[in-house]
Design a protein around this ligand. Structure first.
Ligand code: KMH
Ligand code: ZN
Length: 279
């Protein structure tokens, strides 16, 4: 029985422009302030996309390394780098993210239409990412944008083995235009597929845009964990822009407490996810 909730904050993403969303953390200082605030409220994992001097998405390795070090220095959050980057990022740059030696990295289980774009994740690329993470002891969070991605994960694990640490953790990213809808029915369909994955597999869910709240409630009621943040929504309620990532984490903590599943500590999250305790 799940008695606590793992809360991941995804504070920045690669899609929103700072000029459109001034509250978006894009500098290292802004990211560290956000991380500290969200950790104090109950987040235990941070899913990180970084920006360059121009506030545009980048996968610059030096900046990624600096970011991992700064987050480790200032918080006890589990640092998960995005290997998804932006839809325009080449595969080689996405693989190089692992050289920044994060605790975790995202690993998307297939290609998906992404608004007007395509988020490309070829099978060979997925295998490469998974096996490199195994070799380096980086724990993946398998990103699931559509139901078929869970079948791909099953195939991946059966052909290439369990991830580093031996625990399987997936994140349903719901409500992307082109992916699965952010509905309770879709989430239940995913949880049914999770039963085909190794015993003990855990899941989190996040709903893009206006699906944020329904997905959060559905995930809590289905025994799942939560991801929230300005990567996924920049609107708090109709006509109210998100003021900070803290605001979204605070709302998630409130719902988790109402569900009598308070936030998990980073130490407990490390244990759950199969991470080394002293990274
Ligand atoms: N920005 C999206 C194209 C991930 O971080 O791994 C991909 C994404 C998934 O956000
Ligand atoms: Zn991401």
């Amino acid at each position: 029985m799940t008695t606590t909730t793992l809360i991941t904050v995804a504070p920045t993403g690669a899609e929103s422009a700072k000029s459109d969303v001034p509250a978006l953390p894009v500098t290292l200082d802004e990211l560290v302030v956000t991380a500290k605030e969200c950790a104090a409220l109950g987040a235990s994992v941070i899913h990180v996309h970084i920006r360059g001097e121009d506030a545009r998405p980048t996968l610059d390795l030096g900046r990624l390394r600096e970011t991992v070090a700064a987050l480790r220095e200032s918080t006890d959050l589990i640092v998960q780098l995005s290997s998804g980057g932006a839809v325009t990022d080449p595969e080689a740059d996405r693989l190089r993210v692992l050289d920044a030696e994060p605790d975790m990295a995202s690993c998307t289980m297939g290609t998906v239409n992404f608004g007007d774009d395509v988020f490309l994740n070829r099978w060979e690329f997925v295998v490469d990412l998974h096996t490199r993470m195994q070799e380096r002891g980086i724990v993946p969070e398998y990103e699931i944008f559509d139901l078929g991605h869970l079948a791909t994960l099953e195939r991946l694990l059966s052909k290439h083995g369990l991830p580093a640490g031996g625990h399987v953790h997936v994140d349903f990213v719901m409500g992307v235009p082109g992916g699965m809808p952010g509905t309770t029915a879709a989430l239940v369909a995913c949880t049914n597929e999770v039963r085909n994955l190794p015993e003990g597999t855990t899941f989190a869910a996040t709903g893009i845009g206006r699906t944020t709240i329904p997905v959060m409630l559905a995930s809590l009621s289905a025994g799942g964990h939560l991801r929230v943040g300005m990567e996924d929504t920049v609107t708090y309620a109709k006509g109210r822009p998100v003021e900070s990532n803290m605001q979204l984490v605070a709302r998630a903590v409130g719902f988790a407490q109402l569900a009598q599943r308070p936030p998990m500590t980073p130490a407990d999250a490390r244990e759950l996810l199969g991470l080394k305790t002293n990274s």
